[in-house]
Design a protein around this ligand. Structure first.
Ligand SMILES: O=C1O[C@H](COP(=O)(O)O)[C@@H](O)[C@H](O)[C@H]1O
Length: 259
């Protein structure tokens, strides 16, 4: 029975540079969007912060993007006001939303009136997810069409950091962290049960700063680094879109990119 199949192995696409990666990623996202809209007339996406929003610029001006069908959430967010440069939402506004016609009501930022109470902030964001997913899917966890992740040089993803107790959270959809080793310390983040229920999860990692960690994450998953633990349940699939500068040390087999 398909429900008992183990998670599929990650698929690694490596491009000569970020310049070649960006349009391929855009094509991949558009194809994923088409599949989702054909099934349920909407496309649910979760975005990360850091370098990720810039890699979405390949979507700008591309034909076939149904912006009004996109419903966007955040994999993680820093507990800061929107006018703070650390805000992942603000980064997405400047790098991405300001350049494409996504209806404002389809973008789901955190409630910044709750920044003083991280537990409430995480609970409120979980409720935001429940409003989107609970009535539409009978599943125990939300099933995103696409989750887009970055990876820090220590192997963290979202705000799931090496050795942190949040790595074993198994029931909450959204959790908070007060001691992030990367500033700012206060954040909220999707948990693995959410990330690992997505249909497709895409990591984007470019540049030499990711060289050592990419090889650890893909070649030595038994080390249990946070990014290695992203293994969506069957029939979900994790993909890595990287450049050759990041994949230079990785022995993991590459797949030629084609849709
Ligand atoms: O703190 C964070 O870092 C990760 C990785 O960022 P990157 O700049 O190395 O790509 C990011 O994915 C996450 O959303 C963010 O909050």
């Amino acid at each position: 029975m398909s429900a008992h199949k183990p998670p599929s192995a990650p698929i690694l696409y490596s491009f000569p540079s970020a310049h070649e990666l960006t349009p391929a990623l855009a094509d991949f996202i558009i194809a994923t969007q088409h599949d989702a809209i054909a099934k349920k007339d909407r496309f649910t996406v979760a975005l990360s912060g850091g370098s990720l929003p810039h890699t979405l610029t390949g979507l700008i001006g591309k034909p076939g993007v149904k912006w009004d069908k996109w419903h966007i959430f955040y994999v993680d967010e820093r507990a800061v006001p929107f006018d703070n440069p650390d805000s992942n939402h603000s980064l997405c506004v400047s790098e991405f939303y300001s350049k494409v016609p996504i209806p404002e009501q389809n973008i789901h930022p955190i409630d910044t009136t709750l920044l003083d109470d991280l537990e409430e902030l995480a609970d409120a964001y979980e409720q935001e997810l429940i409003r989107e997913f609970a009535q539409k899917d009978a599943a125990r966890f939300p099933i995103f069409d696409l989750i887009l992740l970055g990876m820090g040089p220590d192997g963290h993803t979202g705000s799931l950091f090496p050795g942190h107790e949040l790595l074993s959270e198994s029931s909450r959809w959204v959790a908070y962290i007060e001691d992030s080793p990367k500033p700012p310390p206060k954040r909220i983040t999707f948990t693995y049960p959410v990330i690992n229920h997505a249909n497709k999860v895409v990591f984007v990692a470019t540049g030499g700063a990711k060289l050592d960690i990419l090889s650890q994450v893909l070649d030595k998953p038994e080390q249990g680094l946070p990014s290695s633990r992203v293994r969506p349940a069957y029939p979900g699939q994790v993909y890595w879109f990287v450049d050759d500068a990041a994949s230079g040390k990785t022995e993991y087999p590459r797949t030629s990119f084609k849709l």
